[in-house]
Design a protein around this ligand. Structure first.
Ligand code: CP
Ligand code: NVA
Length: 330
């Protein structure tokens, strides 16, 4: 099915064939970029990048991909626009839709990006909401495909807060692509029951396996990927740190966990990651709680098994594919 003029808001809206087509397109655009072959498929178009939360990878991926495709990106930072404060989402969408060919949005509730897409009249791309981070999953899946040559049957264990954007999106993506997904965390950190049921019905069609397990020794067995994310996400209050550190520390990814999983198991993380004391937040947490890393040890992060920078690079190639697929008529 053509994705022309379609918004990219969450993976639930896309079929396994659509996701495969986007990954194939990203791989081809990556090949062209490495070979120095120009691919200015969207020459002369303009896009708006609306960020209500901060970003390094997503913003840079959209800007570089836009330039490679021949487009002009305009960045609106978390404080610099009227959106939501002096102007409603619907009004902002109708203004931006008159000036731009596509809009990226990073912010809070999923309903905001859905409303933006409803009113904009041009494709809207979700650059992260509280509930979903779909462009990240495309990058993760391209990276897994590059490493293992396939997605179907790959066992991916997500350790940590699986109720939020990364846990939810990985579960949906794995269900769609026939993978073996395990959320490994205390029970209260599992995705919500409604989303689990939706994904279970997708899994029944695709052959995916979905599991929820609070015992990391059991969960990691024979995994190809151990995946984690920060324990406290953007926009969450400072007060939650203590409980998160207490409850999620047993789910930290260590060399021992990777070895327990098996010889071919890799470490993945959407980044940014707290693996040492070289960040302001990392230092503050050390001063308050005495821990020098959080969701992953520095040793595991820096090890041969860590493919986080391949993953980060692939943000750009996959975001480029999403823009090209939705802006160019096929
Ligand atoms: N992974 C990711 O979305 O990174 P940024 O927050 O830097 O965009
Ligand atoms: N769960 C994290 C993902 C960052 C890419 C957050 O929302 O802050």
């Amino acid at each position: 099915m053509s994705l022309y003029q379609k918004s990219f808001l969450k993976l639930l809206d896309f079929s396994p064939a659509d996701i495969t087509a986007l990954l194939d397109m990203a791989a081809e655009l990556k090949r062209q970029k490495k070979a120095g072959i120009p691919h200015r498929l969207c020459e002369g178009k303009s896009i708006a990048l609306v960020f209500e939360k901060t970003s390094t990878r997503t913003r840079c991926a959209f800007e570089v991909a836009a330039a490679d495709l021949g487009m002009h990106p305009v960045y609106l930072d978390p404080t610099g626009s009227q959106i939501g404060k002096k102007e409603s989402i619907a009004d902002t969408a109708r203004v931006l839709g008159r000036m731009f060919d596509g809009i990226e949005y990073r912010g809070y509730g999923q309903e905001i990006v859905e409303e933006l897409a409803h009113h904009a009249g041009v494709p809207v791309w979700n650059g992260l909401t509280n509930e979903y981070h779909p462009t990240q999953i495309l990058a993760d899946f391209l990276t897994i495909r590059e490493r293992f040559g396939r997605l179907h049957g790959i066992k991916l264990v997500y350790m940590g807060d699986a109720r939020y954007n990364m846990g939810n999106s990985l579960m949906v993506g794995c269900a769609k692509m026939g993978m073996h997904f395990v959320a490994c965390a205390p029970k209260e950190y599992f995705p919500n029951q409604e989303l689990i049921e939706t994904c279970e019905s997708i899994a029944a069609e695709t052959g995916a396996i979905l599991e929820f397990c609070d015992n990391p020794d059991v969960a990691v067995r024979d995994a190809q990927v151990l995946y984690t994310d920060v324990w406290v996400s953007m926009g969450e209050p400072d007060e939650v740190w203590e409980k998160r550190i207490r409850e999620l520390s047993p789910y930290r990814i260590t060399m021992q966990r990777l070895e327990q999983a098996g010889p071919d198991c890799v470490f993945m993380h959407c980044l940014p990651a707290f693996h040492d004391l070289k960040t302001t937040v990392g230092k503050q947490i050390y001063e308050r709680f005495g821990i020098s890393c959080m969701e992953v040890t520095d040793e595991a992060f820096e090890s041969e098994r860590s493919i986080v920078f391949d993953e980060a690079e692939n943000r750009m190639h996959t975001i480029k594919a999403v823009m090209a697929a939705t802006l160019v008529e096929d």
